[in-house]
Design a protein. Structure first.
Length: 90
């Protein structure tokens, strides 16, 4: 049986908001990204000692690129196969 992680919304620090609108603190992009970053920080970094970018920053960047470009890994793979020259210019 798969175990599910339970997150406490009180453990996540959110950026200050300028507006006075009601925000559901447990269901918004800031909270979800903070939770993802927190999980990324638990992944052991087995790269060389001279890595200049932290692993969690690299993973957050990869997540941002993936989320902005394709809705799924399958869509990314199909696009990659159709446009191989674009990956060489990145």
């Amino acid at each position: 049986m798969k175990s599910h992680k339970i997150y406490s919304i009180h453990a996540v620090k959110l950026p200050a908001r300028a507006s006075r609108r009601a925000v559901r603190t447990h269901l918004n992009a800031d909270t979800l990204l903070a939770l993802v970053r927190k999980d990324f920080q638990t992944i052991p970094d087995t790269r060389a000692d001279n890595a200049k970018i932290s692993l969690d920053d690299a993973l957050m960047s990869a997540l941002a690129m993936f989320q902005l470009k394709d809705p799924s890994l399958l869509a990314f793979d199909k696009r990659r196969r159709g446009e191989p020259e674009n990956l060489h210019t990145v």
